[in-house]
Design a binder for this molecule. Structure first.
Ligand code: TXA
Ligand code: MG
Length: 330
Protein backbone atom coordinates (compact mmCIF):
# COMPACT_ATOMS: atom_id res chain seq x y z
CA UNK A 1 0.00 0.00 0.00
CA UNK A 2 1.43 3.41 -0.99
CA UNK A 3 1.38 6.23 1.52
CA UNK A 4 -2.08 7.50 2.41
CA UNK A 5 -2.99 10.63 0.42
CA UNK A 6 -4.90 13.49 2.05
CA UNK A 7 -7.33 15.41 -0.16
CA UNK A 8 -9.65 18.29 0.58
CA UNK A 9 -13.38 17.46 0.75
CA UNK A 10 -15.55 18.90 -1.99
CA UNK A 11 -12.74 19.49 -4.49
CA UNK A 12 -13.07 17.77 -7.89
CA UNK A 13 -9.78 15.93 -7.22
CA UNK A 14 -11.05 14.50 -3.96
CA UNK A 15 -14.40 13.46 -5.39
CA UNK A 16 -12.80 11.81 -8.43
CA UNK A 17 -10.19 10.02 -6.32
CA UNK A 18 -12.89 8.74 -3.92
CA UNK A 19 -15.08 7.51 -6.78
CA UNK A 20 -12.08 5.80 -8.38
CA UNK A 21 -11.22 3.99 -5.13
CA UNK A 22 -14.82 2.95 -4.55
CA UNK A 23 -15.15 1.61 -8.09
CA UNK A 24 -12.06 -0.56 -7.46
CA UNK A 25 -13.67 -1.98 -4.32
CA UNK A 26 -11.38 -0.01 -2.00
CA UNK A 27 -12.36 1.70 1.25
CA UNK A 28 -12.11 5.49 1.59
CA UNK A 29 -12.14 7.66 4.72
CA UNK A 30 -14.57 10.55 4.40
CA UNK A 31 -16.17 12.98 6.84
CA UNK A 32 -19.89 12.80 7.59
CA UNK A 33 -21.62 15.39 9.76
CA UNK A 34 -21.31 13.05 12.78
CA UNK A 35 -17.84 11.44 12.64
CA UNK A 36 -15.44 10.33 9.89
CA UNK A 37 -16.46 7.06 8.25
CA UNK A 38 -14.55 4.34 6.41
CA UNK A 39 -16.71 3.82 3.34
CA UNK A 40 -16.94 1.15 0.66
CA UNK A 41 -19.53 -0.21 -1.76
CA UNK A 42 -22.25 -1.72 0.48
CA UNK A 43 -23.36 -4.08 -2.28
CA UNK A 44 -19.91 -5.65 -2.78
CA UNK A 45 -18.93 -8.22 -0.14
CA UNK A 46 -15.22 -8.02 -1.02
CA UNK A 47 -15.24 -4.25 -0.54
CA UNK A 48 -17.11 -4.61 2.75
CA UNK A 49 -14.69 -7.31 3.91
CA UNK A 50 -11.90 -4.80 3.41
CA UNK A 51 -13.59 -2.44 5.89
CA UNK A 52 -13.78 -5.17 8.53
CA UNK A 53 -10.14 -6.11 7.91
CA UNK A 54 -8.84 -2.54 8.09
CA UNK A 55 -10.78 -1.83 11.29
CA UNK A 56 -10.13 -5.21 12.87
CA UNK A 57 -13.87 -5.36 13.43
CA UNK A 58 -15.73 -8.42 14.76
CA UNK A 59 -17.72 -9.90 11.90
CA UNK A 60 -20.99 -9.92 13.82
CA UNK A 61 -21.13 -6.15 13.91
CA UNK A 62 -23.31 -4.86 11.05
CA UNK A 63 -22.52 -1.64 9.17
CA UNK A 64 -24.73 1.31 8.34
CA UNK A 65 -25.58 1.71 4.63
CA UNK A 66 -25.32 5.41 3.75
CA UNK A 67 -27.65 6.64 1.01
CA UNK A 68 -27.81 9.93 -0.93
CA UNK A 69 -31.54 10.35 -0.35
CA UNK A 70 -34.67 8.64 0.95
CA UNK A 71 -35.36 7.15 -2.50
CA UNK A 72 -32.08 5.23 -2.45
CA UNK A 73 -32.76 4.17 1.14
CA UNK A 74 -36.22 2.97 0.16
CA UNK A 75 -34.72 0.75 -2.55
CA UNK A 76 -32.70 -1.14 0.09
CA UNK A 77 -35.03 -1.33 3.09
CA UNK A 78 -38.73 -1.39 3.90
CA UNK A 79 -39.71 1.76 5.74
CA UNK A 80 -42.93 1.33 7.73
CA UNK A 81 -45.06 4.32 8.74
CA UNK A 82 -43.04 5.41 11.79
CA UNK A 83 -39.82 4.98 9.78
CA UNK A 84 -41.21 7.19 7.01
CA UNK A 85 -42.18 9.86 9.51
CA UNK A 86 -38.70 9.81 11.04
CA UNK A 87 -36.97 9.81 7.65
CA UNK A 88 -38.99 12.84 6.58
CA UNK A 89 -38.22 14.70 9.79
CA UNK A 90 -34.52 13.89 10.22
CA UNK A 91 -32.99 12.98 6.83
CA UNK A 92 -30.54 14.12 5.75
CA UNK A 93 -29.04 14.01 9.23
CA UNK A 94 -27.66 12.00 12.15
CA UNK A 95 -30.40 9.34 12.34
CA UNK A 96 -29.97 5.68 11.37
CA UNK A 97 -33.07 3.57 10.83
CA UNK A 98 -32.82 -0.21 11.21
CA UNK A 99 -35.50 -1.70 8.96
CA UNK A 100 -36.22 -5.00 7.14
CA UNK A 101 -33.90 -5.50 4.17
CA UNK A 102 -34.92 -5.63 0.54
CA UNK A 103 -33.20 -8.31 -1.52
CA UNK A 104 -34.15 -7.36 -5.08
CA UNK A 105 -31.89 -5.59 -7.56
CA UNK A 106 -28.39 -5.09 -6.20
CA UNK A 107 -29.00 -5.27 -2.45
CA UNK A 108 -26.80 -4.30 0.47
CA UNK A 109 -24.73 -7.47 0.91
CA UNK A 110 -25.07 -10.01 3.73
CA UNK A 111 -21.67 -9.16 5.12
CA UNK A 112 -22.59 -5.49 5.58
CA UNK A 113 -25.72 -6.60 7.47
CA UNK A 114 -23.76 -9.27 9.38
CA UNK A 115 -26.31 -11.81 8.20
CA UNK A 116 -29.27 -10.07 9.88
CA UNK A 117 -32.56 -9.67 8.04
CA UNK A 118 -32.48 -5.96 8.80
CA UNK A 119 -30.35 -3.13 7.41
CA UNK A 120 -29.26 0.12 9.05
CA UNK A 121 -29.94 3.02 6.66
CA UNK A 122 -28.84 6.62 6.98
CA UNK A 123 -28.90 9.66 4.69
CA UNK A 124 -26.00 11.85 5.84
CA UNK A 125 -26.09 15.61 5.35
CA UNK A 126 -22.39 16.29 4.69
CA UNK A 127 -22.48 17.71 1.11
CA UNK A 128 -19.23 16.17 -0.17
CA UNK A 129 -20.28 12.72 1.09
CA UNK A 130 -23.81 12.94 -0.40
CA UNK A 131 -22.35 14.02 -3.71
CA UNK A 132 -20.03 11.00 -3.77
CA UNK A 133 -22.86 8.58 -2.88
CA UNK A 134 -25.14 10.14 -5.49
CA UNK A 135 -22.51 9.85 -8.22
CA UNK A 136 -21.51 6.35 -7.14
CA UNK A 137 -25.17 5.39 -7.40
CA UNK A 138 -25.13 2.76 -4.64
CA UNK A 139 -25.15 2.90 -0.83
CA UNK A 140 -21.82 3.05 0.97
CA UNK A 141 -21.27 0.85 4.00
CA UNK A 142 -19.48 2.90 6.59
CA UNK A 143 -18.46 2.39 10.19
CA UNK A 144 -16.56 5.12 12.00
CA UNK A 145 -13.02 5.36 10.57
CA UNK A 146 -11.17 4.15 13.68
CA UNK A 147 -9.69 0.84 14.71
CA UNK A 148 -12.52 -1.22 16.18
CA UNK A 149 -13.20 -0.45 19.84
CA UNK A 150 -11.35 2.87 19.76
CA UNK A 151 -12.72 6.41 19.75
CA UNK A 152 -14.55 7.60 16.65
CA UNK A 153 -12.51 10.18 14.70
CA UNK A 154 -13.84 13.70 14.28
CA UNK A 155 -10.83 15.03 12.34
CA UNK A 156 -8.77 13.73 9.41
CA UNK A 157 -5.72 13.69 11.71
CA UNK A 158 -7.49 11.28 14.07
CA UNK A 159 -8.28 8.99 11.12
CA UNK A 160 -4.64 9.08 10.03
CA UNK A 161 -3.54 8.21 13.57
CA UNK A 162 -5.60 4.98 13.53
CA UNK A 163 -5.66 3.97 9.87
CA UNK A 164 -2.85 5.86 8.12
CA UNK A 165 -0.85 3.61 5.81
CA UNK A 166 -3.77 1.14 5.57
CA UNK A 167 -5.98 3.13 3.22
CA UNK A 168 -5.27 4.93 -0.05
CA UNK A 169 -6.96 8.24 0.72
CA UNK A 170 -8.35 10.28 3.58
CA UNK A 171 -10.62 13.12 2.56
CA UNK A 172 -10.32 16.06 4.91
CA UNK A 173 -13.45 18.07 5.59
CA UNK A 174 -12.18 19.63 8.81
CA UNK A 175 -13.75 18.95 12.16
CA UNK A 176 -17.09 17.16 11.93
CA UNK A 177 -20.06 19.35 12.84
CA UNK A 178 -21.85 17.05 15.31
CA UNK A 179 -18.96 14.99 16.65
CA UNK A 180 -20.97 12.07 17.99
CA UNK A 181 -22.43 9.15 16.01
CA UNK A 182 -25.97 8.95 14.69
CA UNK A 183 -28.93 7.99 16.82
CA UNK A 184 -30.08 4.48 15.87
CA UNK A 185 -33.80 3.63 15.92
CA UNK A 186 -35.11 0.19 14.92
CA UNK A 187 -38.40 0.26 13.01
CA UNK A 188 -39.01 -3.43 12.41
CA UNK A 189 -42.46 -3.75 13.95
CA UNK A 190 -45.07 -1.25 15.14
CA UNK A 191 -42.86 -0.16 18.04
CA UNK A 192 -39.87 2.04 17.19
CA UNK A 193 -36.98 1.22 19.54
CA UNK A 194 -33.94 3.26 20.48
CA UNK A 195 -30.83 1.12 19.86
CA UNK A 196 -28.22 3.84 20.37
CA UNK A 197 -28.53 7.43 21.57
CA UNK A 198 -26.72 9.85 19.26
CA UNK A 199 -26.78 13.06 17.27
CA UNK A 200 -30.57 13.43 17.25
CA UNK A 201 -31.76 13.71 20.86
CA UNK A 202 -34.39 11.10 21.75
CA UNK A 203 -36.76 13.89 22.85
CA UNK A 204 -36.81 15.26 19.29
CA UNK A 205 -37.67 11.82 17.94
CA UNK A 206 -40.41 11.34 20.52
CA UNK A 207 -41.86 14.77 19.70
CA UNK A 208 -42.12 13.81 16.03
CA UNK A 209 -43.53 10.34 16.75
CA UNK A 210 -45.90 11.60 19.43
CA UNK A 211 -44.93 8.68 21.68
CA UNK A 212 -42.09 7.65 23.97
CA UNK A 213 -39.40 5.53 22.36
CA UNK A 214 -39.19 1.96 23.61
CA UNK A 215 -35.79 0.72 24.74
CA UNK A 216 -33.99 -2.02 22.85
CA UNK A 217 -35.33 -5.49 23.72
CA UNK A 218 -32.12 -7.24 22.73
CA UNK A 219 -31.41 -8.90 26.13
CA UNK A 220 -27.68 -8.73 25.62
CA UNK A 221 -27.45 -9.89 22.02
CA UNK A 222 -25.51 -7.24 20.13
CA UNK A 223 -28.31 -5.68 18.11
CA UNK A 224 -26.12 -2.62 17.78
CA UNK A 225 -22.69 -3.67 18.98
CA UNK A 226 -21.84 0.00 19.44
CA UNK A 227 -23.80 -1.10 22.50
CA UNK A 228 -21.08 -3.48 23.71
CA UNK A 229 -20.23 -2.43 27.23
CA UNK A 230 -16.63 -1.45 26.49
CA UNK A 231 -16.51 0.53 23.28
CA UNK A 232 -15.13 3.85 22.14
CA UNK A 233 -12.24 3.40 24.58
CA UNK A 234 -9.09 5.49 24.98
CA UNK A 235 -5.99 3.77 26.46
CA UNK A 236 -6.18 5.53 29.84
CA UNK A 237 -8.93 4.46 32.25
CA UNK A 238 -11.76 6.94 32.77
CA UNK A 239 -13.00 8.09 36.17
CA UNK A 240 -16.52 9.45 35.73
CA UNK A 241 -18.37 12.15 37.70
CA UNK A 242 -15.05 13.31 39.15
CA UNK A 243 -15.28 16.04 41.76
CA UNK A 244 -11.53 16.19 42.30
CA UNK A 245 -8.36 15.61 40.29
CA UNK A 246 -5.83 13.07 41.59
CA UNK A 247 -2.09 13.04 40.96
CA UNK A 248 -1.19 11.93 37.45
CA UNK A 249 -4.71 12.41 36.11
CA UNK A 250 -5.85 14.47 33.15
CA UNK A 251 -9.14 16.36 33.49
CA UNK A 252 -11.99 16.45 31.03
CA UNK A 253 -14.01 19.36 32.34
CA UNK A 254 -17.51 20.63 31.55
CA UNK A 255 -18.89 24.01 32.53
CA UNK A 256 -17.38 26.42 35.01
CA UNK A 257 -17.40 24.49 38.27
CA UNK A 258 -13.87 23.08 37.83
CA UNK A 259 -12.89 20.72 40.69
CA UNK A 260 -9.97 21.24 43.04
CA UNK A 261 -6.60 19.93 42.02
CA UNK A 262 -7.00 20.89 38.37
CA UNK A 263 -3.75 22.89 38.62
CA UNK A 264 -1.90 19.58 39.07
CA UNK A 265 -3.65 17.80 36.23
CA UNK A 266 -1.41 16.45 33.48
CA UNK A 267 -3.66 18.35 31.06
CA UNK A 268 -7.09 19.98 31.24
CA UNK A 269 -9.57 20.31 28.40
CA UNK A 270 -13.07 21.71 28.81
CA UNK A 271 -15.82 20.20 26.64
CA UNK A 272 -17.72 23.45 26.88
CA UNK A 273 -16.93 26.16 29.45
CA UNK A 274 -20.39 27.59 28.74
CA UNK A 275 -22.05 24.25 29.45
CA UNK A 276 -23.29 23.92 25.87
CA UNK A 277 -24.06 20.23 25.16
CA UNK A 278 -23.91 20.67 21.39
CA UNK A 279 -20.35 22.00 21.64
CA UNK A 280 -19.51 19.28 24.18
CA UNK A 281 -20.65 16.52 21.80
CA UNK A 282 -18.62 18.06 18.99
CA UNK A 283 -15.47 18.12 21.16
CA UNK A 284 -15.88 14.81 23.04
CA UNK A 285 -13.86 12.30 21.03
CA UNK A 286 -11.19 14.77 19.94
CA UNK A 287 -10.58 15.85 23.54
CA UNK A 288 -10.48 12.26 24.84
CA UNK A 289 -7.87 11.44 22.20
CA UNK A 290 -5.87 14.58 23.05
CA UNK A 291 -5.87 13.81 26.79
CA UNK A 292 -4.99 10.17 26.13
CA UNK A 293 -1.87 11.26 24.23
CA UNK A 294 -0.43 12.55 27.54
CA UNK A 295 -0.61 8.98 28.88
CA UNK A 296 -2.24 10.03 32.16
CA UNK A 297 -2.84 7.59 35.06
CA UNK A 298 -6.53 8.16 34.35
CA UNK A 299 -8.83 10.71 32.78
CA UNK A 300 -11.06 12.34 35.39
CA UNK A 301 -14.32 13.35 33.74
CA UNK A 302 -16.71 15.88 35.27
CA UNK A 303 -20.43 15.08 35.30
CA UNK A 304 -22.37 16.03 32.19
CA UNK A 305 -26.16 16.56 32.47
CA UNK A 306 -28.20 13.76 30.90
CA UNK A 307 -30.54 15.87 28.82
CA UNK A 308 -30.59 16.42 25.05
CA UNK A 309 -27.23 15.44 23.53
CA UNK A 310 -25.99 14.85 27.09
CA UNK A 311 -27.62 11.39 26.95
CA UNK A 312 -25.41 10.33 24.04
CA UNK A 313 -22.34 11.95 25.62
CA UNK A 314 -22.84 10.10 28.92
CA UNK A 315 -23.53 6.85 27.01
CA UNK A 316 -20.16 7.13 25.19
CA UNK A 317 -18.35 8.07 28.40
CA UNK A 318 -19.80 5.07 30.24
CA UNK A 319 -18.71 2.74 27.44
CA UNK A 320 -15.24 4.28 27.42
CA UNK A 321 -15.08 3.76 31.21
CA UNK A 322 -16.40 0.17 31.22
CA UNK A 323 -14.08 -2.68 32.24
CA UNK A 324 -12.23 -3.91 29.18
CA UNK A 325 -12.24 -7.52 28.20
CA UNK A 326 -10.24 -8.63 25.20
CA UNK A 327 -13.51 -9.98 23.82
CA UNK A 328 -14.95 -6.54 23.38
CA UNK A 329 -11.79 -4.53 22.77
CA UNK A 330 -11.18 -5.52 19.16
O1 TXA B 1 -22.84 8.53 12.73
C1 TXA B 1 -22.68 7.33 12.49
O2 TXA B 1 -23.55 6.50 12.69
C2 TXA B 1 -21.30 6.93 11.90
C3 TXA B 1 -21.14 7.62 10.55
C4 TXA B 1 -19.91 7.19 9.82
O3 TXA B 1 -22.28 7.39 9.76
N1 TXA B 1 -21.22 5.53 11.76
C5 TXA B 1 -21.09 4.69 12.80
O4 TXA B 1 -20.96 3.38 12.42
O5 TXA B 1 -21.10 5.04 13.97
P1 TXA B 1 -20.52 2.22 13.41
O6 TXA B 1 -20.34 1.05 12.52
O7 TXA B 1 -19.37 2.65 14.23
O8 TXA B 1 -21.80 2.01 14.28
C6 TXA B 1 -22.96 1.52 13.66
C7 TXA B 1 -23.84 0.83 14.64
C8 TXA B 1 -23.22 -0.44 15.17
O9 TXA B 1 -23.33 -0.43 16.58
C9 TXA B 1 -24.08 -1.53 14.55
O10 TXA B 1 -24.19 -2.62 15.38
C10 TXA B 1 -25.40 -0.82 14.33
O11 TXA B 1 -25.03 0.46 13.94
N2 TXA B 1 -26.17 -1.44 13.24
C11 TXA B 1 -25.95 -1.37 11.92
N3 TXA B 1 -26.83 -2.12 11.24
C12 TXA B 1 -27.63 -2.69 12.16
C13 TXA B 1 -28.72 -3.60 12.10
N4 TXA B 1 -29.19 -4.10 10.95
N5 TXA B 1 -29.31 -3.96 13.26
C14 TXA B 1 -28.87 -3.46 14.43
N6 TXA B 1 -27.83 -2.61 14.55
C15 TXA B 1 -27.22 -2.23 13.44
MG1 MG C 1 -17.81 2.95 15.59
Amino acid sequence: MPETRHLEAGTPDATDAALDCLARGQAVALPSETVYGLFADATDPAAVARIYAIKGRPMFNPLIAHCCDAKMADAHGVLNDPAKVLAKAFWPGPLTLVVPRRFDGRPVCDLACAGLDTVGLRVPSQPALSEIIRRFGRPLAGPSANRSGRLSPTTAAAVAEDLGGQIEIIIDGGETRIGIESTIVACVDDTPRLLRPGGVPAEHIEAVLGETLAASDSHGTPQAPGMLASHYAPSAPLRLNATDVRPGEALLAFGTDIPDGYQNAVEVLNLSPRGDLVRAAANLFRYLRALDRHQPEAIAVMAVPETGLGVAIVDRLQRAAAPREDEVRR
